[in-house]
Design a protein around this ligand. Structure first.
Ligand code: HEM
Length: 116
């Protein structure tokens, strides 16, 4: 079974993504990056991106990670803060430790594409 199915599919991932951005727009390290973003579209794409990455249906039609983040000047500490916040949200929602480790590792694999 994929992690997408294990944790309840789009309903759960939408809830987690919504909690994630609630945190990111309140966090002084990450908030400035999202000032001009269209959060509704971003969250919709993020749900589809993560669902696909976790073995769900292939519905992501947004940009590749490098193109999506070029020009945002995302620093390594800001990336790490996002990863830390993802970890917190997963743990708060009873995602198992091994699965948290897997997901954080998967996100870390995009770090070089995202950090400028
Ligand atoms: C942890 C790994 C990350 C993943 C998997 C990820 C994923 C995504 C996805 C799927 C999109 C939508 C692209 C599109 O609509 O075409 C996006 C956009 C965006 N991301 Fe990330 N992201 C990550 C890290 C970050 C970090 C660290 C920041 C800033 C601190 C960030 C800031 C943004 C912003 C501001 C946008 C919107 C850009 C725009 O509207 O032009 N992302 N990201």
């Amino acid at each position: 079974m994929s992690l997408f199915e294990k944790y309840g599919g789009f309903a759960t991932i939408s809830k987690l993504v919504s909690e994630l951005y609630d945190e990111l727009i309140e966090n002084e390290i990450t908030a400035p990056y999202f000032d001009r973003a269209d959060l509704k579209s971003l969250m919709d794409h993020q749900v589809k991106f993560l669902s696909q990455a976790l073995g769900g249906p292939e519905q992501y039609t947004g940009r590749a990670m490098t193109a999506a983040h070029t020009g945002l000047k995302i620093s390594a500490p800001a990336f790490d803060e996002v990863a830390k916040t993802v970890q917190m949200v997963l743990e708060d929602n009873q995602v198992e430790e091994d699965d948290v480790t897997h997901i954080i590792g998967m996100l870390a694999s995009f770090k070089d594409d995202i950090v400028e």
